[in-house]
Design a protein around this ligand. Sequence first.
Ligand SMILES: Cc1ncc(COP(=O)(O)O)c(C=O)c1O
Length: 365
Amino acid sequence: MALEFSERVRRIPVYPAAAAYALPEDVALLASNESPYPPPPGVIEAVTKVLGGLNRYPDPTNAELRRALSNRYEVPPERIAIGNGSCDILLAAGEALLEPGAEFVYAWPSFSVYPHVAAASGARAITVPLNDRDEHDLDAMAAEITVATRLVIVCNPNNPTSTAVPAEAVAEFVKRVPRHVCVIVDEAYCEFNTLDDPDTTLDLLRRHSNVVLLRTFSKVYGLCGLRVGFGLCGSEEFVTAVNQVRQPFYCNAAAQAAAIEALRHQDEVNSRVERTIVARLEVEDGLRELGIEPAESQANFCWLHLPVADGDDPGEIEARVVRGLSDRGVLVRAGAALGRAGAMRVTYGTTEQNARFLRELGALL
Ligand SMILES: Cc1ncc(COP(=O)(O)O)c(C=O)c1O
């Protein structure tokens, strides 16, 4: 007899994981918005040092990491939430803020974990379509806020479409949101955004106690294998609430050590951002040569709509191209799984990987 699961579990969508992980070495992994660069030697050394002490639980207060983040961002440590990846903070925020009868507003297509947050809580998901440039429509989102709204997320830059709205527009939007509604600005890719300095939004925290800037060590810092994310918060109450709904030791010792050390390598961060911007320009030029105009990327990946002739099914074309790329050793994300059939999300890799992607895409088209 099959197990009988809760209604809640039946509602939750299954996360669209990337293709299998046991892959040959020469595959270009451009499907998960990871960094193509390994951690700096200093970070590997810091992780190695803590391994001898793994018989002890990690510091459940993440004190040293929160102090390091506090020094870096000038946000008091008690207003910094840490998570087992920033996804952990997102899920905990859903659990702490949402319940049946509550509403949760977010754009779509956006990060695939947001529908999970809504379904897990039983709250009503209000999804607001992106505009025709694949950007957040903040006016339309503001219009959806009601007395039932508990949580709004602005993903900036947006995954999967790579686009960003200016920090000034986010500030104007936040002003329109009532104080009792939590606004999470998901900034997983903010370091790659050339519209604004990533520190610009910190100012929101000084003026709005309901704002959380959600960030991660998974992207520009290249530590997604260890899972560590953080929320810079406008008030302590968000930190207290997300800690209430989680197990105490959500951030492991190696992750804490790596993140503390990674913060000391801002020169490496800057160099990665520069290399990503070069990759962005190379891939954009290559796509244009193939007759494809990608969305305006402010992230470490691009989003493109495949050319479709009249009468063609965009979903079929996308599936054929994604499968063809995979057969040729280039893994990218199909748009259908991310909310838009006929599109594709491609992470920028090394120069060689990007050239390989463009070559194989050209051959398939
Ligand atoms: C927009 C966005 N937010 C959050 C995350 C979660 O990152 P992590 O849990 O690795 O910190 C991702 C990961 O892809 C993302 O794209």
